[in-house]
Structures are given as C-alpha cells and as structure tokens.
Design a protein around this ligand. Structure first.
Ligand SMILES: Cc1cc2nc3c(=O)[nH]c(=O)nc-3n(C[C@H](O)[C@H](O)[C@H](O)COP(=O)(O)O)c2cc1C
Length: 217
C-alpha cells in the first residue's frame, strides 16, 4: 500500500508540512510505504488546455500529456492508494501551486459527458488538509467552508472519497515582533500553537491511519 503526500506550501517545515508528516506517520503505522512531495521543488504549470486528455482515440486520452516536472508526480499519484493533500489558504483559496497541481490531476479524469463521469479506475482515499490564519468561528462569514467543501466535493466525485481536515489560527512567524503584524495577538498565537496545534497534528495522524485502514477494508 502506498501513501503519497503533496505539500502545497512553499515552506517545508511549517504548519502544512508538519500536518502532512503526521498524516504519513499515521499511514505508515498501517504499513503504508510513504512519500512527501514538496510542490515548490518542482517546475510545472497548471493545465495548458491542450485537450490531449480528451482527444478521442488519442494516445494521451485520460491522462495528462504535458511533460514537465509534475509528470512523474502525477504518475506516482496514479499508483498510490492514499493521497494526502496539504495547502495553506492564500487569499481565500488553495495556493497557486496547489491549484495548478489540482488542474493537472483532475482534468484528465473528468469526461465531458452529460453526467461528467470520472475516468479514474478504482478508488483513491484522499485527505485534504487546509491551514490558515483565520480562526474557525469566522469560516462561514468569509465563505471558506463553501470553498473547502467545493474542492472536497470535486475530489470525492472523481476519486471516490475525500476527507477534510482544517487547522485554523496557525502560527505564521517564529517571531511576530520582527514583522508588521499588529492585527494578530502574538501571545495568543503562540499559546494556540503550543496547546492546539499538537491536537491538529494528532488529528492528521488519525486521518492518515483511517484512510489506510479504509484501503485495507
Ligand atoms: C500570500 C499569503 C496569503 C494568505 N492568505 C490567507 C487568507 O486568505 N486567509 C487566511 O486565513 N490565511 C492566509 N494566509 C496565512 C496562511 O494560510 C497560514 O499562515 C498558513 O498556515 C501557512 O501555512 P504554512 O505554515 O504551512 O506555510 C496567507 C499567507 C500568505 C503567505
């Protein structure tokens, strides 16, 4: 069994990466072979609208024809049983790199048929992790809950299952006094990082364990 995690943050040791590491640790406990991919290490673009993945009888039908730094990662995802996606929220959505990754991952499997049927063979267990500054109680007011649910819904429809994990009110700087950030209460952020983030990590571990358990059946 293989579990692959995709880090959509440019930072390799911060909130998103830590949650993904915990999720992979949970997957490893169930015997999964694990790998963490940092998207920002790779040179790639989003979908270029070539439609080779939809060309009837074409040699790339149902798969992305673009040959760049993302091609080997998409190949690994297609061989995985569990996919863990982690992204910070940037301006109310996934990071640009994560969105580009999702375009390339999703479009080849989506058919332009009346029911938009999925070409994905089998079932991929997906965990979708978002980290963000915003405290949890403000999610509906900013419409974030609907944005997360939309991506979760698309992934579920194409791959079979997608579970959501949110880590809110995250710690963004190691020293808030060095940056203009007076809209935040640095002490409260630090306290939350020490007291609540470990619980987010535990939930991420449990997510990795659950998704791999579901693969085993
Ligand atoms: C360019 C940029 C835009 C951001 N936009 C938002 C936002 O719209 N909403 C929010 O809650 N947090 C926003 N954040 C904060 C990050 O989502 C948050 O700090 C996240 O946990 C960072 O993840 P990381 O520590 O893994 O890099 C933004 C951060 C950056 C750098």
């Amino acid at each position: 069994m293989k579990a692959i995690a995709i880090n959509g943050s440019p930072r390799k040791t911060w909130n998103t990466a830590k949650l993904l590491e915990n999720a992979l640790a949970g997957a490893a406990e169930n015997g999964a072979e694990t790998e963490l991919v940092h998207l920002y290490d790779h040179d790639f673009k989003g979908c270029v609208s070539c439609f080779a993945c939809k060309k009837i009888g074409g040699k790339s039908y149902g798969r992305c024809a673009v040959s760049d730094g993302l091609a080997p990662i998409l190949q690994k995802v297609s061989e995985a049983d569990v996919l863990l996606l982690g992204t910070p929220v940037y301006f109310g959505s996934e990071t640009g790199e994560m969105r580009s990754f999702l375009e390339r991952l999703l479009f080849p499997f989506l058919t332009y048929t009346p029911d938009y049927a999925s070409l994905f063979p089998g079932r991929l267990q997906i965990g979708l992790i978002y980290t963000m500054n915003i405290p949890e109680q403000y999610l509906p007011a900013f419409g974030y809950d609907k944005i997360f649910a939309a991506t979760q819904g698309t992934l579920s429809r194409i791959f079979g299952n997608c579970e959501l994990l949110l880590s809110t009110d995250t710690y963004q700087f190691s020293d808030y006094s060095e940056y203009l950030s007076t809209c935040f209460d640095a002490e409260a952020k630090k306290k939350r990082h020490e007291e609540v983030f470990p619980d987010d990590c535990r939930r991420a571990f449990e997510l990795g364990a659950k998704l791999t358990a579901d693969v085993k059946g």
